[in-house]
Design a protein around this ligand. Structure first.
Ligand SMILES: [Zn+2]
Ligand SMILES: [Zn+2]
Length: 134
């Protein structure tokens, strides 16, 4: 069972499913774009193309190519130079949402945040105790 929603591409109503997040018409267009990109990138001389080169060579939007990679439609294993930008700094990455540096930074930020939370909790506990002592 899918839910009825507006297509993010053209605004038309369609039933959203796990496989499809755009309407029938746009899905077909995406499918055709995918075929075009895939045919292009499979050629021996294009194996090492970047997204930009693939986009220029096929006329397909970079965004769409990135979507193909993110959704796993386009497998990166065979294409050493394909990747998509990290959500924070735009370095090209090949898996996840963040590059190694940003992921590391995020982890540090998180643990600093947790430590701070701990400290505040302790402070509050201590305040409670002193209150009761009085
Ligand atoms: Zn559509
Ligand atoms: Zn990054």
């Amino acid at each position: 069972m899918g839910e009825l929603m507006n297509c993010p591409n053209c605004g038309g109503l369609f039933v959203k499913t796990n496989l499809r997040d755009v309407c029938e018409k746009c899905y077909k267009e995406e499918q055709m774009a995918f075929e075009t990109v895939y045919t292009f990138i499979r050629k021996r001389e294009n194996r090492t193309a970047t997204i930009l080169e693939a986009s220029q060579g096929t006329g397909v939007d970079e965004e769409l190519i990135i979507k193909f990679i993110r959704t796993g439609k386009l497998k990166l294993a065979q294409f050493p130079n394909l990747g998509y930008p990290c959500q924070k700094c735009s370095t090209l990455i090949r898996e996840g949402n963040l590059c190694d540096d940003c992921a590391k930074e995020l982890r540090t930020e998180l643990s600093t945040f947790e430590k701070e939370e701990e400290r505040l909790k302790e402070l509050r506990e201590r305040e409670k105790r002193t209150y009761f002592v009085k």
